[in-house]
Design a protein around this ligand. Structure first.
Ligand code: CAA
Length: 283
């Protein structure tokens, strides 16, 4: 399977990061979102990232121009008609994802692989919304995509071996390290990360320590680059809650119950860095 043309669905933080990394590594990319201004915002973010790389003399102005020329904007999913791979990075909502995958199944070429960057939703269920479950796979990048080296590759129940191999190869071509994961809630990354974040929130909720001190313990004591509460703000508290609920529902185990303080913050609209307030305030 020769992958040359890629469509990225969703031009938010993850989608634009994925589009940037694909274009930097020689792939032609269509960056799709439901509105032109969303796509433009994503492309502006990529330009900003690339300009920083130019300033640091890691890439030339000419490289930057070439990379940007390889990214084409789209607000119509029928633009997937000539791509070899779609990487979906839209909102974490099963109904939205199923609807996108149904449309892609109808428009993308028969040989095209349909990958999802979902952080915890079942690949098998998304695949079942299509007539090509063998060609549906999870390709979970970490944030910030240009910096983080990992891609979790999640096999759905029906994923073909050659599809897995192609995505594994593609991940390596993008300069990432791929890890094979089976399709269970939270995969590996969020099954381990989110309960740690949730426990950090319980620690604050129960008055054991302040957010600053919880983060200090994990940064200085465990050598984590960010404390769990700073990381939760960075990921988005709404996303953290959604993933905890997916773990709780998926395993039916009370050890995954989301902390009431996390629910309270999300109800208040304190969703972390993107909303200006979470465990910390952002200007
Ligand atoms: N996009 C692109 N590059 C970025 C960036 C961004 N948003 N933020 C930082 N960088 C780059 C900087 O340009 C810098 O690059 P160079 O060293 O090449 O100059 C490098 O990252 C380091 O940045 P800083 O010096 O500004 O800051 P830092 O040393 O604190 O690193 C960090 C920033 C890489 C984000 C680091 O704090 C970190 O690793 N944090 C943890 C990130 C993490 O755990 N991510 C996983 C989240 S979970 C997830 O994504 C899965 C999920 O499903 C929820």
């Amino acid at each position: 399977m020769d992958i040359k043309q890629v469509m990225v669905v969703g031009a938010g933080q993850m989608g634009s990061g994925i589009a940037q990394v694909c274009a930097m590594n020689g792939y032609e990319v269509i960056l799709h979102d439901i509105q032109e201004d969303y796509v433009q915002k994503g492309i502006d973010g990529i330009k900003k990232q690339l300009s920083r790389q130019v300033k640091k003399e890691r890439i030339s102005e000419a490289d930057m121009e070439r990379i940007l020329r390889q990214i084409h904007s789209s607000t119509d999913l029928s633009n997937a008609s000539a791509v070899d791979l779609v990487i979906e990075a839209a909102v974490e909502n099963m109904d939205v994802k199923k609807s996108i995958f149904k449309q892609l199944d109808a428009t993308a070429p028969e040989h095209a692989i349909l990958a999802t960057n979902t952080s915890s939703l079942p690949i098998t269920e998304i695949a079942a919304a299509t007539n090509r479950p063998g060609k549906v796979i999870g390709m979970h990048f970490m944030n910030p995509v240009p910096v983080m080296k990992l891609v979790e590759i999640i096999r759905g129940l029906a994923t073909d071996q050659e599809v897995f191999d192609a995505i594994y190869q593609m991940s390596e071509n993008l300069g990432k390290t791929a890890v094979e994961v089976q399709d269970f809630p939270g995969f590996v990354s969020n099954r381990i990360l989110m309960p740690m974040i949730n426990e950090a929130i319980y620690t604050v909720y129960e008055g054991v320590a302040s957010p600053e001190d919880v983060d200090e313990v994990m940064k200085l004591g465990m050598n984590h680059p960010m404390g769990p509460l700073q990381l939760a703000d960075f990921i988005g508290l709404d996303t953290c809650l959604y993933i905890m609920e997916t773990l709780h529902d998926g395993f039916g185990d009370t050890k995954y119950r989301p902390c009431p303080l996390l629910r309270k913050y999300v109800k208040a609209g304190w969703n972390g860095k993107k909303s200006g307030r979470g465990f910390y305030e952002y200007s």
